[in-house]
Write a protein of this length. Structure first.
Length: 104
């Protein structure tokens, strides 16, 4: 079974449009609790792919997250999960509106 991150990466790899203007990713809300080494590799693959999209299409990806306890949400974990995007300042982390906190 593929993880949410793998599905996102595979889906983005199929993009052929030269007119792509934005990428917004809404990963599984429980991602930070499930981060093991295999999942970290998947996030690094996604990180590299999103950097390539930025380089080829000037797209600054948005990643939506549900706020959790301090240090236990994607917003807090993004620097370690998406290190290259974070290092380059190429990512917009967007907290999901409060009405979405029970799911996307």
């Amino acid at each position: 079974m593929r993880s949410t991150v793998q599905w996102i990466t595979v889906a983005l790899q199929t993009v052929e449009s030269q007119n792509l203007q934005s990428i917004t990713i809404c990963p599984d809300r429980n991602v930070p609790e499930m981060v093991g080494e295999a999942t970290r590799r998947e996030w690094r693959d996604l990180d590299r792919l999103l950097v390539r999209f930025w380089a080829s299409h000037s797209i600054r990806p948005q990643v939506m997250y549900v706020a959790g306890r301090r240090g236990q949400d994607l917003g807090s974990n993004a620097p370690s999960l998406l290190p290259e995007l974070t290092r380059r300042g190429l990512i917009d982390l967007v907290e999901a509106p409060s009405y979405d906190r029970n799911g996307w």
